[in-house]
Design a protein around this ligand. Structure first.
Ligand SMILES: [Zn+2]
Length: 129
């Protein structure tokens, strides 16, 4: 559902985390996954994304406390600021066919899709690149 979001829009969702209930782990999981896609394209986000992923990993019923929630909110804010610097950028997804459907990986800014080996159209040169 976050696939079509621009960096600013995803940042808005992350900033909104503070208004969610700490008991809802679903939206955090989705935001984690969505922001992970952005690190494929923009490696500079990796650190902030990992911090958020780690923080939300503590947010399970058995381990969560007020502190873990504060950590989730802080990391979400931090990741939101990093995303905002990218403005209206959005991600491109690979449209090449694979044996099980469209490849659909996030394309890097330069170079070929990381899933090129799975493309049914891949040439030997692409696979060894
Ligand atoms: Zn691909």
């Amino acid at each position: 559902m976050y696939k079509e979001y621009t960096a600013t829009e995803l940042a808005g969702e992350l900033s909104g985390v503070r208004h969610l209930s700490p008991e809802l782990t679903g939206p955090l999981a989705m935001l984690d996954e969505a922001s992970l896609g952005w690190t494929m394209r923009y490696p500079q986000l990796a650190e902030a994304q990992q911090a958020f992923a780690q923080a939300r990993g503590q947010q399970w019923p058995r381990t969560r406390t007020e502190q873990t929630w504060e950590q989730v909110v802080a990391c979400a804010d931090n990741l939101a600021s990093a995303l905002r610097e990218l403005g209206d950028s959005s991600l491109d997804f690979c449209d090449q066919p694979t044996a099980w459907g469209t490849c659909d990986r996030v394309l890097p800014e330069h170079g070929v899709c990381r899933g090129v080996r799975n493309h049914v159209t891949a040439t030997a040169a692409e696979v060894s690149a």
